[in-house]
Design a protein around this ligand. Sequence first.
Ligand SMILES: N[C@@H](CCC(=O)N[C@@H](CS)C(=O)NCC(=O)O)C(=O)O
Length: 328
Amino acid sequence: MRAHPVARIGAQAGHSGVRGGRLGADALEASEDPMNDSSEYTPPKVWTWESENGGAFAKINRPIAGPTHEAPLPVGKHPLQLYSLATPNGVKVTVMLEELLALGHAGAEYDAHLIKINEGDQFGSGFVDINPNSKIPALVDHGGEAPVRVFESGAILMYLAEKFGALLPGGSAARAECLSWLFWQMGSGPYLGGGFGHFYSYAPTKMKYCIDRFAMEVKRQLDVLDRRLADHRYIAGDTYTIADIAIWPWYGVLVLGKLYDAGEFLDTGSYTHLNRWTHEIAERLAVKRGKMVNRAWGDPSEQLHERHDASDFQDQTEAAKAKRAGDS
Ligand SMILES: N[C@@H](CCC(=O)N[C@@H](CS)C(=O)NCC(=O)O)C(=O)O
């Protein structure tokens, strides 16, 4: 694939490339500090990128696209190569691949490579070649005449469902229902993650206006799902599909209290039907496995940084590696 020129972000005029400190906050009166929500922020005529905003991930956020450094991607032994991390968007794809394998689609064997977004791996030239948007997950299928790159988790789920003829119902009405919910998730998820999760969990100060706005929207979304699941076993109807696979890693994990630690705040326990669906799906082996792949935090027995073979779930978890190191 074509290599792009490496963007020289640190060399831009007037930009040091190192964004230390929060706007020299010490030198500002509280009323002048735009991160202090007791003050009103008057936007300048033209926004400029000149300071770190103090929020989580501030160090990796940039207002420009393109690669920052040369870094070819590794390629493993299987046709399907996944470059990802076990965030909700990443978990959608690993659950999908594990579900396909559980259904007997041996061609869904895959190598999953770890992309450390906190360290800027998504801005390496090889990753940008397969996803110009520099976000995980990204997949390359080497199974055909020429490699096929796929980015955007929803597109990857559809690509795999169509490739293997699984988890996306045939028949135009059933397919339309499934894809409607898949795209519902793709459109709604950023309100949960980029909106609610950002301001409730990651922002440097808790701003009531922002938290109220996005808590309202997320509660409405939870109610949408709860009402749907009151009458249907799965999101798209009677069968488990890519709609469930897309929605569970966000809304199911939220209900389990494992996303933003916000279960109590949003009173997720009150959504009875959503809870029933969440717990049923959590029990699927493919879901348990998919959650572990490219996970680099939490319980060592649930961390499988890279997955190249089904046996890795036993032999290559961080707990298994630590045990071997202790035994030797
Ligand atoms: N719409 C995209 C969103 C992907 C996304 O936001 N990925 C995040 C992790 S969940 C990421 O890679 N962030 C790195 C960055 O923003 O630099 C998808 O569904 O694939």
